[in-house]
Design a binder for this molecule. Sequence first.
Ligand SMILES: Cc1ncc(COP(=O)(O)O)c(C=O)c1O
Length: 375
Amino acid sequence: MTSSFPLARTEVEDLQAYSAPLEGRRGLLRLDFNENTVGPSPKVLEALRAIPADHIAIYPEYDGLREAVVANLCAPRADGTPALAHPLSPDQIGLFNGVDAAIHAIFHAYGDSWQTLLTTSPTFGYYSPCARMQGMVIEAIPYDGPAFAFPLKAIRKVLLDEPHPRLLLICNPNNPTGTRLAPEVILELAAAAPLTLVVVDELYEAFTGDSVLPKADFTATPNLVVLRSLAKTAGLAGLRIGFAIGAAPVVERISRVTGPYDINSFAVTAALAALADQPYTDAYVAEVLRARDWLVAQLRSAGVRHHAAGGNYLLIWPANPAVEVGRRLREAGILVRSMAGKPLIDGSLRVSIGTSEQMQRFWEAYQAADLSATP
Ligand SMILES: Cc1ncc(COP(=O)(O)O)c(C=O)c1O
């Protein structure tokens, strides 16, 4: 049968678009995308308001942003000790239109038909479509047991067996299970598999402090790439800005497959202001961690099945059907994310953590939506 329109590449014809329920969320308490729930630093807003009209009329300029990322990552700790054992240089920082765009570019630059993506399951939903659009084979190893432990033995086996996977994607802490993996283990995996590009998605690292960066040596381990974003902690999700950090020749190759102006001027201005106001981000992260401890204590004392590990999110298994509880929460003005259909966690809700006040509001609504309702 012939079609009335031009067909795309075979891999694209077989692909389902990555879709997330992103519409109609304004005005609600959004605990469904792990975003910052209070917005960026006032200094970011000030910088955006000060953008002159001609900066909108001309193409963006990126000078100084890579340097600012380096300065932010290399800033010495409170006790004066260096943050990184091997300091970074600006050519080790790739700029992308969100970490999503960095992930897409990595697959585009490094993933070829019939090569293997090794990753875990369940994990962040954008890795698989990126692998599929390249025609890659996906080997997704399930997390282990009721605590969703990292399946290290199985990952190591596939990684070291021939043919070696082309890409290993580790989300640390993992979205949505929160699973944490010690940075030393990741560095050891990367060193043991020089033919595999080992990508560590550290989007939620600020909530655990488990980064590989303090000890990473990209000269000795040039097959390691680290992803960081200002979306979830600094509150810039709407502006789209993310970073890929690695050996300069690898970062340069990943950047080859993006357009010259993929990051817009607003994102650049906002990123510079956000990076310069690290105390704002640190205070937000500390508040989220306080709110998470409080919510976990409520869930525990009410006997609600839940799983909280790394990240600004946790999983809850309601007594009533999750879809119904999600619908009742929405009626109360609160959005959470259903994990329906996800391996190992089907039937759970992923709840993003915001401020203590927001979690108190969530907890009241949750009790009405599930605990006081008959299953
Ligand atoms: C694990 C993980 N990686 C990457 C992304 C995308 O981040 P960004 O908003 O920077 O594109 C997300 C967003 O939810 C995520 O959860």
